[in-house]
Design a protein around this ligand. Sequence first.
Ligand code: MF3
Ligand code: CO
Length: 259
Amino acid sequence: MIPIKDKIGIAKMRAACAVAASVLHELKQLVRPGVTTYDLDQAARDLIARHGARSACHGYQLHSRRYPAFSCISVNEEVVHGIGSLKRVLRDGDIVTLDVVVEYQGYIGDNAFTVPLLPIAARVADLLRVTQEALVAGIAAATVGNRIGDISQAVQRHVEGHGFSVVRDMVGHGVGLAMHEEPQIPNFVDKKRHRTEEIRPGMTLAIEPMVNLGGHKTKTLADGWTCVTADGTPSAHFEHTVLTTERGPEILTLPPTGA
Ligand code: MF3
Ligand code: CO
């Protein structure tokens, strides 16, 4: 069953998502050539603390491993879960995915954005644009009465229509009291999932297309976390936490107003 948030839960999700969005916005401003991904992760730690929140990534446990960093910073062929490193110095032409997940007063907000260090190759610029458009299409499909699979289909159509591929090894997800709640939200129509659940009001969903310039396959590096494209091509990732309502989907992780 997909958790439905009540009035108080929704108010708390709004607050947690506002913090996640502010931190992501502030972190974006720090992405420039010469900065290391370690510097960015330390900045994420400080920004999250300044908002009175906690990183939901730090210490996150998966198969007996604990995630060591405060945010996920994934460069170029890194798809997700990149760990900030003093050895990774950013330079012109890089694309840098910042993924910020915070816990604030018991609730979790999740969002991600891929920042280009201009100039970037034209095909890579297309990749970023199409991935962001796919996120918009996925969100637009998150209407009451639709099914979760309609989100998947909208994302996949847009991405594949432009000749890129969606990552299959990682999926979007419900989010709230835990970072990963039901449902799973693949970015492709999964033939194994026959009838996905119907969307009802009060669901909070992390919709997050991860899109590769080349093939969809990924592999995990020896650090046990960093997920990279198998063919070494660049990958982009945009994510919002969205509330479903009778009036349509509402993005809870919009950047601060005036930003
Ligand atoms: N946004 C990512 C997700 O939904 C964040 C993962 S945090 C980590 O899975 F701890 F796994 F790195
Ligand atoms: Co997520």
